[in-house]
Design a protein around this ligand. Structure first.
Ligand code: ADP
Ligand code: GLC
Length: 478
């Protein structure tokens, strides 16, 4: 079986968040179930620079108004189609915006073109290539099933995975004529969404199956509270909405072999972990003392609830806990953490920015990782935390609730606990969770047991890749 993935980011070539990790790791996991994948990604400068040898396998004279080539390449074990369209992608900045973080005004064209190219590849644009399944990720790829459903040629089955319903790709109706869709697509059954064009909305209608990245998030998004305007449409999909928890690439995230960390360690040589804590203290200029270090590695946004951490950090350090924060995002939250660092320079270490290897060193050296998200489709940082014995302290939402076992009485006595879960995502509940975590830390035996249970939890793709493979096979059977 062959699956064509369509995604706007893919690790290790280009990453702003968890979507890249998933797009980068799922193909390898599916291969173990006899499913070959090729992923179509935009030819951003970062991607083009890492391509090495690539062959042009198709040329578009006019793909939504621009010239574009499809390149075929194999990079870091991934089979890729790269949409080489300099007019759309050869720009400074990240995948979605300029160097100042402003979204590009023509993002609709950049990602409609990606989707259209995906649809054309799925229907034979590349010689000798015909996928059985098309798997599109998030709004940036969501128009792929729309283009496929709108064509009256045979098409493969389509899956659309929602990684984050907060990003929907909504644009003014004036772009509709430029999307190269039949006029009938301007309808409730098509891309029309409250008088605008909705990329994600259109894709959710057009695809054969919708998946999202945890069962709890699948339940949340069919409610008015969690559906972000799409709950009606999503609940209409009934059984065709499936929640499958993300795994992680356990070879990239492996404390026994991780080249980014000072001292490799394992469940059986947990003592070595202490060297990483010392190294982390050094890297952040923290005062050397006995207490724990609690960490944040995240986009600093409202979704992630990190304003709540900023709000309580004075109270946290008063309790003898030191903190490290790695992240970037909203100026208010960045500013609040920088101010906290200025107040407590040797107790709160802050790095504003994105640093992949530092994320590994934090997971290896900190004692706990705080994830007070207001909503979280899956979340990967708690999975990295589990794998590295960095105890996750998480809000009871979405995939966080599905992947962490709270250290309540039953779980602790059964030695099954892997973290701390709190609710609601608010400052006072977070501070209570911090206190509870501190008490667990101070009971060295219990803490060790928790670390062991966390590190033993299966956070690999093993279970979830099988669920995707079964889903692909069910779809093909009709
Ligand atoms: P989201 O995709 O919503 O940001 P996830 O938890 O799914 O959340 O994935 C976030 C990914 O991005 C993780 O791999 C995490 O380690 C990484 N990450 C987030 N912020 C940073 C940062 N500032 N530096 C390095 N890695 C980061
Ligand atoms: C999104 C979500 C995050 C999820 C990731 C990968 O960015 O915010 O919860 O883990 O996608 O699916």
């Amino acid at each position: 079986m062959h699956a064509l993935g369509v995604a706007s980011e893919i690790f290790p070539l280009i990453k702003t968040g968890g979507l890249a990790d998933v797009a980068g790791a799922l193909p390898g996991a599916l291969a173990e179930h006899g499913i070959a994948s090729t992923t179509l990604v935009p030819g951003y400068p970062a991607v083009m620079q890492q391509l090495g040898e690539a062959a042009i396998v198709h040329r578009f004279k006019d793909l939504l108004g621009v010239e574009a080539d499809i390149l075929s390449a194999r990079v870091g074990g991934l089979d890729l189609f790269v949409l080489d369209a300099p007019t759309l992608y050869d720009r400074l900045g990240g995948p979605y915006g300029d160097a100042g973080g402003q979204d590009h005004p023509d993002n609709w064209r950049r990602f409609a073109a990606l989707a259209k190219a995906g649809a054309l590849i799925a229907q034979g644009a590349v010689a000798d290539y015909r996928p059985d399944i098309v798997h599109a990720h998030d709004w940036q790829a969501a128009m792929t099933p729309v283009y496929l459903a709108a064509s009256n040629r045979p098409r493969p089955k389509t899956i659309l995975t929602i990684h984050n319903l907060a990003f929907q790709g909504n644009y003014p109706s004036t772009i509709f004529p430029m999307l190269d869709l039949p006029p009938t697509n301007w309808s409730i059954e098509g891309v029309e969404y409250y008088g605008n064009v909705g990329f994600l909305k259109g894709g959710l209608h057009a695809c054969d199956v919708v998946t999202t990245v945890s069962p709890t998030y699948a339940d949340e998004i069919v409610t008015p509270g969690g559906g972000m305007g799409l709950d009606g449409l999503l609940s209409g999909r009934g059984e065709r909405l499936v929640g499958i928890v993300n795994g992680i690439d356990t070879s990239v995230w492996n404390p026994e072999t991780d080249p980014a960390i000072a001292s490799p360690y394992s469940l059986h040589a947990l003592k070595n972990r202490a060297h990483n804590k010392r190294a982390l203290e050094g890297e952040f200029g923290l005062r050397r003392e006995d207490g724990p270090i609690f960490a944040v590695v995240s986009r600093l946004t409202w979704q992630k609830g990190l304003d709540l951490v900023a709000e309580i950090c004075d109270a946290v350090v008063e309790r003898g806990i030191r903190m490290v924060v790695v992240g970037s995002g909203e100026a208010m939250i960045e500013g609040a953490f920088l101010a906290a660092h200025a107040r407590h320079p040797d107790l709160i270490g802050v790095r504003i920015g994105y640093d992949e290897t530092l994320a590994h060193r934090v997971q290896a050296g900190a004692d706990a990782i705080l994830i007070p998200s207001r909503f979280e489709p899956c979340g990967l940082t708690q999975l990295y935390g589990l794998r590295y014995g960095c105890i996750p302290v998480v809000a009871k939402v979405g995939g966080l609730a599905d992947t962490v076992i709270d250290a309540n009485y039953a779980a602790t006595t059964a030695e099954a606990a892997t973290g701390v879960i709190f609710s609601p995502p608010a400052a006072d509940a977070l501070l209570k969770a911090v206190d509870r975590t501190l008490r667990l830390y101070e009971d060295a035996r219990t803490w060790k047991k928790m670390q062991a249970s966390a590190m033993k939890a299966d956070v690999s793709w093993r279970t979830s890749a099988k669920l995707y493979a079964d889903l692909y096979r069910d779809l093909l059977r009709g």
